[in-house]
Design a protein around this ligand. Structure first.
Ligand SMILES: [Zn+2]
Length: 424
């Protein structure tokens, strides 16, 4: 009998109790080593991987899942999302529109919609780095943690911390400082410490700073305050920076990751590598740049920026910088899901010459280390959470195959059943 399990809309009347499964995988990918083992069986119970092998002992009553024609690998991670955000695009409205026109409640609903959607596509963990209104994403995380919805593991940053002005430009003085709906203005060591603590209070799992949005930027000492305060709480610091002196200061201060870094020089990339600082490269494909534009004139036009982004990723990879996948998708396109748009970034990695095995690592094991969850997620290993995806074609041959993920398991719950015959 063919029984297909599916959870419509992933909204749960009752929190699910994870069942016991025996998953038969035709090919099991280990992204850390870029290797494949054939015909392996995983036993999953209570949300975790209990055993792996060609013939492990299968507990009585386990549900059998047949993925013998599929490639099984750890769930994907995106270290740079903004799931509550959609920029008003097409040059029709200023950057600030999304936080003037939309309430925190509405933003939380969009965040939940996108979180559920990206999980179904295979992203079992996301790090959401701000632009989430007044802590909207923290409430999405709580709703998922409470078991009301099946969603990805979400690591939030709370509000973005920046020198005066957030990421806005040219707001008339009589409008006040309304950007503080989405940003902290922190302009001294004390204000920095307070902003970090407020985010930690609301549940931040990463502290996000914006460094080069204006003619002024943070000193090494100011960034060090954030690093010290965040690290004391066991939380990494990620910084939005394109390059120049602001990037030098971040590297010197010992942040954990640089986000974007489009204009980093080889010398800066080498310092990143030597200090173990991760580049979350957010490699916008040309078609996305054409839609979102130049970020208020801060970035060069798409025809100039797109090749720079590819070149920067190629240089970073050649120099051996630690790379983690982060998309920074901030828009909606009719007929395409948020996850579709996230997968578009893989084309840039391909163009920059990063081999598929390394891309998979940047989306799993390397991401888990940056997110400080490597003891729980990011690998298929006994004792780790059962965050799994399967694909009917080999992603080590072509990362485009990741778009075809048809089986998703999150913490031992089936999100998408795949082409499988599930026998009770
Ligand atoms: Zn971003």
């Amino acid at each position: 009998m063919r029984v297909v399990l599916t959870l419509a809309f992933f909204a749960l009347a009752e929190p699910l109790a994870a069942q016991t499964y025996a998953i038969h995988a035709g090919a099991l990918i280990d992204p850390a080593r870029g290797t494949v083992e054939r015909d392996q069986t995983l036993v999953v119970a209570a949300g975790h991987i209990k055993s792996i092998g060609p013939h492990p002992e299968i507990p009585a009553g386990a549900t059998q899942i047949d993925l013998s024609r599929e490639w099984l690998m750890p769930g994907l991670m995106d270290a740079h999302t903004h799931l509550t955000l959609t920029e008003v695009v097409g040059g029709s409205a200023p950057f600030e529109s999304f936080y003037i026109l939309e309430s925190t409640a509405y933003r939380a609903l969009r965040g939940l919609h996108n979180a559920v959607g990206v999980l179904a596509a295979g992203f079992t963990t996301v790090r959401d780095v701000g632009n989430a209104a007044d802590y909207a994403m923290d409430d999405v995380r709580r709703a998922i943690d409470a078991g009301w919805y099946l969603g990805p593991t979400i690591i939030t940053s709370g509000k973005i911390i920046a020198p005066f002005g957030g990421q806005s430009h040219g707001i008339p003085p009589e409008q006040g400082t309304f950007w503080r709906y989405e940003y902290f203005d922190a302009d001294s060591a004390d204000e920095m410490r307070k902003a970090v603590r407020a985010n930690l209070y609301h549940g931040a799992g990463v502290i996000k700073l914006v460094l080069d949005n204006n003619r002024y930027h943070y000193s090494v000492d100011e960034i060090r305050v954030a690093v010290e305060e965040a690290h004391h709480a066991g939380v990494p610091v990620s910084v939005h920076v394109y390059g120049g002196e602001a990037a030098d200061n971040a590297i010197e201060a010992g942040v954990d990751s640089i986000e974007h870094g489009f204009f980093l020089t080889d010398a800066q990339l080498k310092r990143l590598r030597d200090k173990g600082i991760v580049l979350v490269s957010t490699d916008f494909p040309r078609a996305h740049l054409d839609i979102i534009g130049t970020s208020g004139g801060i970035l060069p036009p798409p025809e100039v920026l797109a090749p720079k982004i590819i070149d920067r990723l190629r240089r970073a990879h050649r120099l051996g910088v630690h790379l983690v996948f982060g998309s920074d998708t901030v828009m909606d396109v009719e007929g395409r899901s948020r996850a579709d748009l996230m997968f578009d970034y893989l084309a840039v990695w391909r163009e920059a010459g990063v081999p598929p095995a390394e891309v998979l690592r940047a989306m799993t094991t390397e991401a888990a280390k940056l997110l400080r969850i490597e003891s729980e997620r990011g690998r298929i290993a006994v004792g780790l959470a059962a965050d799994l995806v399967a694909i009917p074609a080999d992603p080590l041959a072509d990362t485009e195959n990741l778009r075809r993920i048809d089986f998703v398991m999150k913490d031992g719950h089936i999100v998408r059943p795949g082409p499988t015959i599930v026998r009770p």
